[in-house]
Design a protein around this ligand. Sequence first.
Ligand code: HEC
Length: 122
Amino acid sequence: MTLRRRLLYRLLLMLLISALAAVGACAADDVPEVPVGPDGYPDRELVAGRQVYIERCANCHGNDGSGGRGTRIADGRMVAQYPDIGAQVEIVAAGVRSMPAFAEVLDPAEIAAVVRYTREVL
Ligand code: HEC
């Protein structure tokens, strides 16, 4: 392979990677951002929870939590349904009917963070 051709391939590969990254970023765009707190920064646990939500939950529950394959979990529904946050954590860890269990794939801190995100941001 000539040097020119090799450079061309490398350029094409870089273009492809940045195009894919852009698509990924767009997909997460309408997942609500964590608002900044009184100290001028968003709560770090909620930011981590949003990331878990994007990676693990949004495809079924919708980017904004309005539902899809999974139920609607936005607009304060979770706090109303599970006044005790522990009950909601339990559902996410153990699953229910067609809702998958996450205890094996997420650690307790990630589950706690994503549950807070659904209660406080969605
Ligand atoms: C494969 C699709 C799918 C994924 C991925 C998924 N869920 Fe679900 N989820 C469901 C379905 C379907 C239900 C309704 C289960 C039922 O009651 O029959 C549900 C129910 C729930 C409930 C109970 C809602 C209620 O109305 O009581 C919570 C809380 C929940 N999901 C949170 C999450 C979180 C947090 C994640 C990501 C860590 C997640 N889900 C990922 C499909 C999914």
